[in-house]
Design a protein around this ligand. Structure first.
Ligand SMILES: NC(=O)c1ccc[n+]([C@@H]2O[C@H](COP(=O)([O-])OP(=O)(O)OC[C@H]3O[C@@H](n4cnc5c(N)ncnc54)[C@H](OP(=O)(O)O)[C@@H]3O)[C@@H](O)[C@H]2O)c1
Length: 142
């Protein structure tokens, strides 16, 4: 998303990872931090988010500036997606990669016991979040 990509070292590259307080998303964030990317993380639970940032920050190379930020909130909500993308621009001035990692399986219920809310939560978390974040990132790119 930047004209001078070949001029930018990893520590100038900015990656956003949705759903990154645990599981695959946290491991992706950690691997990126180890490789000196700037990382913007996201999850709903504030205390788990804070623990995950601390853990990922510990992976930043000794002596290097810690370039990790996060937005806490439900990423299926438009306002959270705007805050997340805005955070990358405000803190790190650019966006190179958006990883729409977030995903849930939802309740293990028979379809006859599944409510419309159960259904919407899964669809909104897994699909709508990717639409919102991708749209916002492309609209705001610099
Ligand atoms: N694990 C597997 O074997 C596997 C296999 C194939 C594909 N996948 C896919 O890989 C992705 C990650 O899976 P995982 O197993 O690593 O998941 P996980 O361990 O359950 O972690 C999910 C992460 O997403 C966050 N999250 C959930 N709903 C959110 C929401 N509405 N807004 C913001 N954050 C939210 C959670 O934080 P909070 O707790 O704060 O909500 C957590 O940080 C998913 O898309 C999944 O479908 C996983």
């Amino acid at each position: 998303m930047h004209e001078n990509d070949e001029m930018v070292e990893n520590n100038g590259r900015v990656v956003i990872v949705t759903g990154s307080s645990k599981g695959i998303g946290k491991d992706i964030a950690k691997e990126l931090a180890i490789n000196e990317y700037s990382v913007v993380m996201n999850a709903k639970n504030p205390s788990e988010s804070s623990k995950a940032i601390d853990e990922v920050a510990r992976e930043t190379k000794e002596g290097k500036e810690i370039r990790i930020s996060s937005i806490v909130g439900d990423i299926s909500k438009e306002q959270t997606s705007k805050s997340l993308i805005g955070e990358a621009i405000t803190k790190f001035r650019r966006i190179d990669t958006l990883i729409n990692n977030v995903g849930i399986s939802g309740s293990s219920k028979k379809i006859t016991d599944l409510s419309v809310n159960d259904w919407n939560e899964v669809i909104d978390t897994n699909l709508k979040s990717a639409f919102l974040c991708t749209k916002e990132a492309l609209e705001i790119r610099i």
